[in-house]
Unconditional design. Sequence first.
Length: 206
Amino acid sequence: MEFLAGWDLVSLIKAAGYAGLFVIVFAESGLFIGFFLPGDSLLFTAGFLASQGFLNIWALAPLVFSAAILGDNFGYAFGKKVGPAIFSREDSWLFHKDHMERARIFYEKHGAKTLVLARFLPVARTFAPILAGVGRMHYPTFFFYNILGAAFWALGVTWLGYFLGATIPGVDKYLIPIILVIIVVSILPTLIHIIKNKEYIIAKRK
């Protein structure tokens, strides 16, 4: 397989195995260190590899689903414990206030649905459960949207990769372009959201 922007997802998944996939999905779902991880493309590629016999889809699907749920729960618990003090935290290589601020504005606009919508937005999906905890969202409500978001994202993207790999002959030849499209589609809403956030912040200051 070719290398994708210096990051060979196929080799990464084969080397990391099920345990590595669990850790990556968990981290991206609720740990500060997870915001830069390749979530969408990773899940799609894992699903594709399952269709080629490198992984078992019936083990992979519940694994990433549970990792996404548990990661969000960890983020929620962390946010609930730290509280609003998190907004005064100094920037570091793990934490950037602008990431939190963008996620906060998105959360204010969409409420509990953020836990579903943010799954498909890099960075936002990491901070959304933390903000839910900071805002002390009613846990049953959080848990419902957490499961719903994990189902659409973790299961949906993984099964999409599996379905395409299993039904389209020679799809492996187009894996890199497909992953590039997924990355662009994932990043585009975030860029649009950033632009709208800046406009929103400027409007509030006037």
